[in-house]
Design a protein around this ligand. Structure first.
Ligand SMILES: Cc1cc2nc3c(=O)[nH]c(=O)nc-3n(C[C@H](O)[C@H](O)[C@H](O)COP(=O)(O)O)c2cc1C
Length: 195
């Protein structure tokens, strides 16, 4: 693997498009790791919903467990695994909230049920039973009608990467690992790691 070029975000795009072409399901699913105030890690899947020259965007509830963890510690890591291509991509960086305009634009593109769901679910909080969700859903559906605003507590984060590693499985476990490390803005150094 010597075709990675000098810009890991450009190369990520190339691999992402190849994964789409290969028909990989949930190609944008990534495991997001965050660290809480007691330095304990927590991981869960979220969906990549945007990628630009600055970084990787996902959307969530800012008051969820992950939201609180990112509030305490803005460092985050994500991992993609595309089994059929024997590829893994690891990203490490710090998060920033995307602008309200970006969150509004994405929120309004979501299906009506998902928009009401964002109001109905106090994400990560303990709830007494399933009925609470159904009751909330009904309540907000009645309250808003067709025009469902974005809750202030719901929006996007952008992971500004400082490390991106591309892993390509090869025979005899002699896999390729190419690590990009950010020196300063838009400048990356590249190294090869033993598998
Ligand atoms: C395939 C898949 C995609 C998911 N996408 C998201 C997402 O984009 N945003 C989100 O907040 N949760 C998403 N979830 C749910 C999270 O994994 C998690 O349950 C939820 O965000 C609460 O996490 P927390 O309590 O650590 O904050 C997804 C789960 C799966 C299995």
């Amino acid at each position: 693997m010597d075709n990675t070029g000098d810009d890991p975000l450009v190369f990520f795009h190339k691999w992402f498009n190849e994964a789409i072409k290969a028909g990989i399901t949930e190609v944008n699913a990534m495991t997001l790791a965050t660290v809480d105030a007691a330095h304990k890690p927590h991981a869960r899947i979220v969906l990549l919903k945007g990628l630009d020259t600055r970084g990787f965007v996902f959307f969530t509830n800012y008051e969820s467990k992950k939201g609180n963890e990112l509030n305490d510690n803005d460092h985050a890591a994500v991992v993609f695994f595309w089994k059929e291509l024997e590829r893994q991509i690891r990203v490490e960086g710090v998060v920033e909230k995307v602008t309200a305009t970006e969150s509004d634009a994405y929120f309004s593109s979501r299906p009506k049920g998902s928009r009401i769901g964002a109001w109905a679910s106090p994400q990560s909080q303990e709830i007494t039973n399933r009925n609470l969700l159904d009751d909330n859903y009904y309540k907000y559906e009645q309250q808003f009608g067709a025009d469902i605003p974005r809750p202030a507590y719901w929006g996007g984060y952008r992971i500004l990467p400082h490390k991106i590693e591309f892993w390509q499985g090869r025979s005899n476990r002699m896999h390729d690992r190419i690590l990009f490390t950010s020196e300063h803005e838009n400048s990356w150094s590249k190294s090869r790691l033993a598998p």
